[in-house]
Design a protein around this ligand. Structure first.
Ligand code: MLT
Ligand code: MN
Length: 309
């Protein structure tokens, strides 16, 4: 199984179009310790030929152009893309669907909640049902991923609920502290290829590592995990915004409830931060925060990173 990181950054990307922070200025200046990253997506293939894309980012077009594995291979209209799988309905995970509107067959997998959000927004009707098969993922049930015409891609995905929040644009301000969040709004995925080892976990959005999640991840060979913020307060402290990580539904890397602490002792073979916000100092290869995550055995995902499982 091959995993290709299409975009390692969170929503906004790195640099973000309107951000003039030191982190974003350094990447614009071409600083080799501050490499650009596009928005949140990976591609996975069991056979190296047909691919499933996990989350359709606003940068999807650039990501397809930058990665030869995803270029058309034959005839006048062709794509190695067989399916798109979504982990939530956030803008950074669904906007790229609009780029895929060219009468090309593929399948679109997401939880019932996320499929409802897409169905309720007519702009996604550009994905015509004659070409794009929308299929609901049932929590806890392994699904064989098939392309738009029903051919098996050789990948199995098992979705599970993780602590999180409904998409920002779907928040119900009258619904109390969870903004109307329901099960299925944010999922994690176990991704396996038949006969090719134990698979890996992809969890780009997660508010906390609770008991059930820790148990699930125990001893996993590889986890790609939410690396949005280093400090819960970092956007507030940098003057970039008023939101904490908690308010956004993202666990932080540091702190007693952070992911570094939560993964300590889980025995996960390879741990990679992904969905990294442009405020997060781990993006800087010369930062103390980058050294601290690397010292704890973590990697920081980058665009074009290839992982063979
Ligand atoms: C998130 O990950 O919290 C969202 O992508 C934020 C957003 O929609 O901009
Ligand atoms: Mn996001």
């Amino acid at each position: 199984m091959k995993v290709l990181v299409l975009g390692a950054a969170a929503g906004g990307g790195y640099p973000q179009w309107n951000c003039n922070s030191t982190l974003c200025r350094r990447v614009r200046a071409g600083d080799p310790a501050a490499r650009p990253r596009t928005q949140s997506s990976i591609a996975v293939s069991a056979d190296g030929a047909r691919w499933a894309v996990f989350n359709a980012s606003p940068d999807l077009r650039q990501q397809f152009n930058d990665n030869p594995a995803l270029h058309p291979k034959e005839g006048l209209r062709h794509t190695p893309l067989g399916a798109v799988v979504l982990t939530n309905a956030d803008v950074d995970h669904v906007a790229g669907l609009l780029t895929l509107r060219e009468r090309q067959a593929f399948a679109l997998y997401a939880s019932g909640r996320v499929q409802e959000a897409l169905a309720a927004n007519p702009i996604f009707n550009v994905l015509h049902p004659d070409y794009v098969a929308r299929r609901a993922l049932e929590l806890g049930q392994a699904a064989a991923i098939r392309d738009g015409k029903g051919a098996d891609l050789g990948l199995t995905v098992t979705p599970f609920a993780v602590p999180g929040k409904v998409a920002l644009y779907l928040e119900d301000q009258s619904a109390g502290p969870d903004f109307g969040t329901r099960e299925g709004d944010t999922i994690g995925l176990k991704i396996e290829a038949a006969g090719q080892g134990r698979g890996f976990y992809y969890i780009p959005g997660c508010a906390a590592v609770d008991g059930p999640l820790a148990e699930r991840l125990q001893g996993a060979p590889l986890v790609l995990f939410d690396g949005t913020l280093y400090h819960d307060q970092e956007m507030v402290e940098a003057g970039l915004g008023s939101k904490t990580g908690k308010r956004m539904g993202h666990i932080s890397i540091s702190g007693p409830e952070g992911s570094l602490a939560a993964f300590d002792g889980l025995g996960v073979g390879r741990r990679i931060y992904i969905h990294i916000n442009n405020s997060n100092p781990v993006l800087l290869e010369d930062s103390a925060e980058r050294r601290s995550v690397e010292a704890a055995g973590w990697e920081v995902a980058y665009d074009g990173q290839e992982i063979e499982l």
